[in-house]
Design a binder for this molecule. Structure first.
Ligand SMILES: O=C(O)CCC(=O)C(=O)O
Ligand SMILES: [Fe+2]
Length: 327
């Protein structure tokens, strides 16, 4: 990675809720949070989230619908001024594989918005298939290339090895890190492509790479040989994890390094603040995280993560009982 930090992301991307919209969202989240059985992973609760999401503030609905149509050059949507009450939050969890099972008010906020964007899904072999996962630093995992770490997390497409990787990754900030500097790195192939020579792009478009499951997965086969770029040559999708993808020959290794540099050159840094929810388009953009110093004092950085698919039907063979969890 370069030593210079990428530019902070423009504050113009996305939507900041007005105070009236904040109140409307808080009321809706409170209504959802108290619905029995108050457990996120129960089907009836997520069904209610889908239904109630139709009452989110109209401007928020419009923003989400527009983002789904075209995620823009950064593949990023940032929603600001969402309800999170720090005085009601418990201590930041510190255990490995931490997930949120309880229908807390902020979990209801992220469930509503994620369900409006598409279908909230999870993976059986990762974080016990929970639909809302905690992104928190874990003692002893500092250097792990997973979201439990606190050293630099390499740029990656989420679950790049999986045939049904998420279409979007949602990161909802409950607490920032103590120094207020931990940054989510985001870089899109739309911005990087012009920096890549045509002959290198040709290599990236050919199946000369394999990708392993990330360390957060307990089981799973590596992806069969695949290209790193696919689809339209002028506006391709990207599929790479710089700590889990291996080039199969020297030319592929060189091309992958050019891609990495181009993505780093175009990367933006997003220091999420409490009440901000970022969606990353996992087909167009890679993400990572700068390093930070956890204290393990109950007030460390804490995000809720959700995964969203656009079309449940495509992954039906991977989901038992037509539920939300893929194998
Ligand atoms: O901590 C972050 O900002 C991102 C971590 C990450 O890559 C993830 O949770 O998928
Ligand atoms: Fe990630």
């Amino acid at each position: 990675m370069t030593t210079a930090l990428p530019a902070p992301i423009s504050t113009k991307i996305g939507l900041t809720l007005t105070d009236a919209e904040y109140e409307q969202t808080a009321r809706l989240a409170a209504e959802l949070a108290q619905l029995p059985p108050q457990l996120i992973d129960e089907r009836s609760w997520m069904d209610a989230a889908r239904r109630l999401a139709c009452r989110l503030p109209l401007r928020l609905q419009e923003e989400l619908r527009g983002y789904r149509h075209d995620p823009g050059s950064d593949g990023l949507l940032i929603l600001r001024n969402l309800p999170v009450d720090d005085t009601l939050l418990p201590r930041t969890p510190t255990v490995p594989e931490s997930v949120e099972r309880r229908a807390t008010a902020p979990a209801a906020v992220t469930a509503l918005i994620s369900q409006y964007l598409g279908e909230v899904v999870a993976y059986r072999e990762e974080k016990s298939g929970a639909l809302v996962q905690n992104v928190v630093p874990v003692p002893g995992r500092e250097t792990s290339q997973s979201n439990a770490g606190s050293t630099l997390l390499e740029l990656h497409v989420e679950n790049a090895f999986h045939p049904h990787r998420p279409d979007y990754v949602g990161l909802f900030c409950l607490r920032n890190d103590h120094s207020g500097t931990a940054g989510t790195l985001v870089s899109s192939i739309r911005n990087a492509l012009p920096l890549i020579p045509a002959d290198v792009a040709e290599v990236l478009l050919s199946p000369r790479f394999v990708t392993q499951p990330p360390p957060s997965f307990h089981a799973g086969d590596s992806a069969p040989r695949h290209p790193l770029l696919e689809g339209d040559r002028t506006d391709p999708d990207i599929r790479v994890d710089f700590s889990a993808t291996d080039p199969l020959d020297d030319g592929a290794a060189e091309a992958m390094e050019v891609l990495r540099r181009a993505l780093l050159d175009g990367a933006a840094m997003l220091v999420l603040q409490p009440g901000e929810l970022a969606f990353i388009d996992n087909r167009l953009s890679v993400h990572g995280r700068t390093s930070f110093e956890p204290r393990y004092d109950g007030h460390d950085r804490w995000l809720y993560r959700t995964f969203v698919h656009l079309d449940n039907r495509r992954s039906r063979a991977y989901r038992a009982d037509n539920g939300a969890v893929l194998h």
